[in-house]
Write a protein that binds this ligand. Structure first.
Ligand code: 0WE
Length: 259
């Protein structure tokens, strides 16, 4: 029996079979969880449908996280399948492409800042606000995905770094609030991974090389590495862990110098 046997998990943020959310879904399915999936738009529906069926799931609900109404409708739809919920996985982020390169100050706008923070941080709170009633009394857990750019200044990551810093503070404030209801809230901070979100990012190969040459484990991480840690954090094995940011990055974040 897997360590997530009888748990029901909602997976938000699959865009392709390289998505971190897909690595998390597969690990949770392997450990015995029942899964439900959302998809952002019609373009992604059939793709997510195929992946859901690989996890024996036929719960597939549209949801653009930028809309409170769509989030409400999504949970109303989920309630038709399940009375309750044990796990919510949030793996979604966005900033306008032009703001993810070059000078931070020159390329960040008020509107880009708003979009990055709304899409990448507020959406996690929004899922908690609408989903908490279904998670009552279930030793439930929420999980999001962040990046080292929240804690350290990085070239090109720019306004996303601020949005991820907000998301990490969000993990702590949500953990504080939801702890009263027994709901745990954590994040995994993943090393760089070639996903759709990383495609077209300047110098991404260089970042992967730096990790491979310098991280303690001398390799990059996979969506399976991230998925396994996420599955653990959402399981009862992690019953005493909340408000925590767990690095899944081959140890890269501990370095003080690269030789
Ligand atoms: O958080 C991310 C990526 C988030 C992201 C990616 C895009 C690309 C397409 C957010 N918004 C957009 N908007 C788009 O239009 N990562 C951790 C991956 C990533 O993105 C970077 C990185 C790394 C690593 C951007 C610049 C520098 C490094």
């Amino acid at each position: 029996m897997g360590f997530l046997a009888d748990k029901k998990a909602l997976i938000v943020g699959i865009a392709s079979n390289r998505s971190i959310a897909w690595g998390i879904a597969q690990a949770m399915y392997r450990e015995g969880a029942k899964l439900a999936f959302t998809y952002q738009n019609d373009k992604l529906r059939s793709r997510v449908e195929t992946m859901a069926s690989e996890c024996a799931s036929d719960i597939l609900i549209p949801c653009d996280l930028r809309s409170d109404e769509e989030i409400q409708t999504m949970f109303a739809e989920l309630k038709k399948h399940w009375d309750d919920l044990d796990i919510i996985v949030h793996s979604a982020a966005f900033a306008p492409k032009e703001e993810l390169k070059g000078s931070y100050l020159e390329n960040t706008t008020r509107e880009g800042f708003r979009i990055a923070h709304d899409t990448s941080s507020y959406t996690f709170s929004a899922l908690a606000k609408e989903g908490r009633s279904m998670m009552q009394g279930h030793h439930a857990a929420m999980l999001t995905v962040t990046y080292l750019g929240a804690q350290r200044a990085m070239p090109n990551y720019n306004v996303m770094g601020l949005a991820k810093a907000s998301l990490e503070a969000n993990v702590r404030y949500m953990a504080y609030d939801l702890g009263l209801e027994g709901i745990r809230v954590n994040a995994v901070s993943a090393g760089p991974i070639r996903t759709l979100a990383a495609s077209g990012i300047a110098e991404f190969n260089l970042m992967l090389d730096k990790v491979e040459k310098n991280a303690p484990l001398r390799r990059n991480v996979s969506i399976d590495d991230v998925g396994n840690a996420a599955a653990f954090l959402c399981s009862d094995l992690a019953a005493g862990i909340t408000g925590e940011i767990t690095y899944v990055d081959s140890g890269y974040n501990i370095l003080g110098m690269m030789m």
